[in-house]
Design a protein. Structure first.
Length: 484
């Protein structure tokens, strides 16, 4: 078995002089060389956790309007037959089958609908949601075993995160939505791997994906944000399929061209291509810093403050009517899109630091139900929102290199002050993971929204034994057979 270091060395040594300055070919070579047998056990373990979590949140989000309206716009309708027919993929949570491209679009949107999907510190976004809906849709239409799917997932994860390393956090701060602008490359890479494309075709798929990279943070808090992810899944899959058919694109310099990805999205000097070359597989990003599994179905930038607020609720006794005011400090980069003192919809509430902190201080938890049925209009919340002050922390409060810390200070009417701070939310990196029990509990909570108890059990067991599954497309059939 090759070590990661020898794989990277082989990768660089085998790059032809013709393509030595092309990042697309560099990634393509690494993708094509990757084998399941060469992957470290930790990478496979984390891949299974990422798959379990993404499947769960996709099921939970499958009936959200942002996903169902797309199915309606595509004129997709429920079907009677439960059998897989030809090259059709499942729309999870519904008795609908369609093309793999349409399924990737709808399921990808559902995966991000609740903002409950996993994150990654390198990416500055959500790594799995753009990739896995495309892979599972493809797997239903192009038979493969689950080991191939796992390998493809890890390849896509590595491409999008190492690309992120070259452009972040300027890219994120500038206003791009990295989950979409970078996720499309992850989807293209993963689907190329699952289709068994060679280096030339894979590089072409990445070049095609570059022209589909899109997503503005200005649309956060609306249905468009999760649709960013669905479109990334679909466009990544489309890029791989077109490359397989002989479609052409500028694989030689799509990243490096004066009007290519780096210059258009970031511009000189706000990117460093060498970082991707130096860090491919050293370590695999899915292992370190790893996958951040969300505990709360809202913007990850609010999670440190939620953790701190919940700790206050656990440590102290007080009633809501006793609260005079609240002060919250998070990183300036994260405050920009979460400072929303007057949320005007359920989706907007997911990005309101003020709302989620108050909810945590009131109930000691933040759950899916808190973003449904206009819970954000709770009179108790509305009365307190003007008394929540959100601001960026300075270098004296937290290490400036830490952008995931938070502090919450609660003041009661009698002058009593309670405070709590966290350096990083629980589950944010592989060094601070959620427990196996917490992962399963979250999956079951999500899946039971659309599946029967038997369906939840079967789906969990299937994923638990994922590396032994000979038909990676079987999961869609399990869902079909066990819808509520």
């Amino acid at each position: 078995m090759k070590s990661n270091e020898s794989q990277v060395s082989s990768h660089l040594n085998q790059s032809s002089s013709e393509h030595q300055n092309s990042l697309a070919y560099f990634f393509a070579q690494g993708i094509c060389e990757l084998r399941y047998e060469d992957l470290p056990l930790k990478a496979i373990e984390w891949a299974k956790m990422g798959i379990l979590d993404t499947v769960g949140v996709t099921l939970a989000g499958s009936h959200e309007a942002c996903a169902t309206l797309i199915a309606k716009a595509l004129s997709l309708h429920p079907q009677i037959s439960g059998e897989r027919v030809g090259a059709q993929a499942s729309v999870w949570g519904h008795n609908i089958r369609c093309s793999d491209l349409d399924a990737a679009l709808i399921n990808g949107t559902a995966a991000h609908a609740l903002d409950f999907d996993d994150c990654n510190n390198t990416m500055g976004g959500h790594p799995s949601a753009p990739i896995l809906p495309a892979l599972f849709a493809l797997a239903e239409c192009t038979p493969c075993d689950a080991k191939d799917l796992i390998t493809a997932y890890i390849a896509g994860f590595e491409v999008e995160t190492k690309l992120a390393m070259t452009v972040n956090f300027y890219h994120y701060t500038k206003g791009w939505h990295p989950t979409a602008t970078l996720g499309v490359f992850g989807a293209a890479a993963a689907c190329s791997k699952l289709l068994g494309l060679g280096v030339e075709q894979t590089a072409t798929a990445l070049a095609l994906a570059a022209s589909s990279a899109a997503g503005l943070k200005a649309n956060f808090g609306t249905m468009t944000k999760p649709m960013h992810v669905g479109r990334s899944a679909k466009e990544g899959l489309m890029s791989a399929k077109l490359a397989q058919m002989g479609y052409t694109a500028n694989a030689q310099s799509v990243f490096e061209h004066q009007q290519g990805f780096f210059e258009v999205f970031n511009g000189t000097p706000h990117y460093d291509r060498q970082k991707a070359l130096d860090h491919w597989g050293k370590p695999w990003d899915i292992v370190e810093p790893g996958i951040a599994i969300k505990q709360y179905p809202c913007c990850g930038s609010t999670h440190p403050a939620i953790d701190a607020a919940i700790q206050i609720k656990l440590d102290h006794a007080y009633e809501i009517h006793q609260i005079k005011g609240v002060r919250v400090w998070i990183h300036a980069r994260r405050l920009t899109h979460t400072n929303r003192p007057e949320p005007n919809s359920e989706l907007d509430a997911k990005f309101s630091l003020q709302y989620v902190v108050l909810r945590a201080l009131m109930e000691g938890r933040v759950g899916i139900q808190h973003f449904e049925q206009e819970h954000y209009r709770d009179p108790r919340i509305l009365a307190l929102l003007p008394h929540v002050e959100a601001q960026a922390y300075d270098d004296q409060m937290f290490d400036p290199s830490n952008h995931f810390a938070a502090k919450v200070e609660l003041t009661l009417l009698d002058g009593t002050v309670f405070e709590s701070q966290v350096l990083q939310p629980h589950g944010r990196t592989s060094a601070n993971p959620l427990s196996a029990f917490q992962l399963r509990e979250k999956f079951e909570l999500c899946a039971q929204r659309v599946l029967t108890d038997e369906g939840v059990r079967r789906a969990y067991q299937w994923i638990e034994q994922l590396e032994h599954q000979v038909d990676a497309g079987q999961l869609g059939q399990i869902f079909w057979n066990h819808l509520k």
